[in-house]
Design a protein around this ligand. Structure first.
Ligand SMILES: *Cc1c(COP(=O)(O)O)cnc(C)c1O
Length: 398
């Protein structure tokens, strides 16, 4: 304790020398072998590893169809496209998300309409969604913030009453459960990310799941320039000709990436258990700190713990969120913040104006939030370092 007395940011000794990121991937020898096997095969892209990964991913989240994409952002764009969103349309989404969620709507010429989040779980508030409905609303795009599933049943009621589609951004929530049902099998379309900071890493990559065969077909077409058949289908049929019936993109995920993601998927269960264990340890370790508000998990869900977001009771602390965050980072704990409300990014301000007060709960959360490190490769020492650093820093700002 003596050694840790003075804050590192004030010239004291840091809790740890090697900085700990807030999230990171873990690649094991089996992953390397899976990728090497593809490199020795006939197909680097559009080959069998793509369908194998999609089959395994769909099965793991209880979805009939899983379509892979070159990124989670491409997956969101594709979902917005096949949902039929276009100029003049609105889609209601959460402001407390990575900007890609709303950007995907803009790609289609649709307008993202931001509804505030629930004060406890920070997922989109169905009552606020209702207040944002207009004759132009076509879709609801909830975000499973930090791995906590959105209130899909309540959103489903709204969607059914107003003939809307639900596109769930589950980039944080692979493996999460909502009322005993897996995220991926709940919404009309669910999108996932395979970025290394997420649970299943492919370098870059994304997935859309759906139970609708027509949507699945349209998703496959969109990722392949709008062409009906894939090169492998044509090879199987001995054909060379093809028709482009829709304006699509090249959003395909290579066999190399799919092999890595499929190999990683086999450890998803262990990954989720480890994250739950870390979250439980944090809960116990911080329970006695009244100035730290710990994340709330609704009784009806199992959280996938992509993030462990705490909120500071800033009124009662002698430092701002940024001062406390910077002090933590100086201790070697590379905590971060998720997220600036999307509409406060300069692009959104420039295009839609300064909209202070649009989502007061999300705005208040932003000024208090800190995401502590949580990922499956964290050692016991790593977890102890986070706890020691948080306690040390908070003690200085009490
Ligand atoms: C990571 C993320 C995305 C984008 O995924 P990429 O694979 O990085 O394109 C979208 N939405 C949310 C909430 C994310 O966290």
């Amino acid at each position: 304790m003596q050694r840790h007395g003075k804050l590192a940011i004030d010239g004291g000794e840091p809790v740890r020398k090697v900085p700990l990121p807030y999230g990171r991937h873990e690649v094991v020898e089996a992953d390397v072998c899976a990728v090497a096997n593809v490199l020795r095969s006939d197909w680097l892209t559009c080959g069998p590893a793509v369908e194998e990964f999609e089959a395994d991913f769909g099965a793991s989240v209880g979805a009939l169809y899983a379509v892979s994409f070159s990124s989670g952002t491409a997956a969101l764009h594709a979902a917005a496209h096949v949902a039929g969103l276009g100029p003049g349309d609105e889609a209601i989404t959460s402001p407390l998300t990575f900007c890609a969620t709303a950007n995907a709507l803009l790609y289609q010429g649709a307008v993202p309409v931001f509804a505030d989040v629930r004060e406890d779980t920070l997922v989109i508030d169905p009552q606020c969604v209702e207040q944002r409905l207009s004759p132009r609303t076509r879709a609801i795009v909830p975000v499973d913030y930090a791995g906590h599933p959105a209130d899909i049943d309540a959103l489903r009621d709204i969607a059914d009453n107003h003939d809307l589609l639900i596109i769930e951004d589950a980039a944080h929530a692979v493996g999460a459960l909502y009322r005993d049902r897996p995220v991926g099998a709940l919404a009309d379309m669910t999108t996932f990310s395979l970025h290394p900071v997420k649970h299943v890493a492919a370098g870059e990559g994304g997935v859309v799941t759906t139970r609708d065969s027509e949507l699945a077909k349209a998703l496959r077409r969109f990722r392949n320039h709008g062409i009906e058949t894939s090169p492998r289908e044509r090879a199987r049929q001995g054909r060379w000709d093809y028709d482009m019936s829709d304006l699509g993109f090249n959003y395909r995920l290579s066999d190399i990436s799919c092999a890595l993601a499929r190999s990683q998927l086999q450890r998803l269960g262990a990954n989720l258990l480890r994250r739950q264990e870390i979250a439980d340890t944090y809960h116990r370790a911080f329970r006695d700190l009244p100035l730290l508000r710990l994340p709330t998990v609704d009784e009806s869900v199992v959280c996938a713990w992509h993030l462990y977001p705490v909120r500071l009771e800033t009124e009662q602390l002698t430092g701002t969120r940024d001062e406390i965050l910077n002090a933590l980072r100086s201790e070697g704990i590379l905590a971060s913040v998720h997220y600036l409300p999307v509409y406060w990014h300069s692009y959104y301000r420039g295009r839609f104006g300064d909209r202070k007060g649009l989502a007061p709960v999300a705005e208040a959360a932003w000024s208090r939030l800190i995401s502590l490190p949580i990922f499956h490769g964290m050692s016991r020492e790593d977890v102890c370092d986070v706890i020691a650093a948080v306690r040390k820093v908070l003690a200085h700002f009490c």
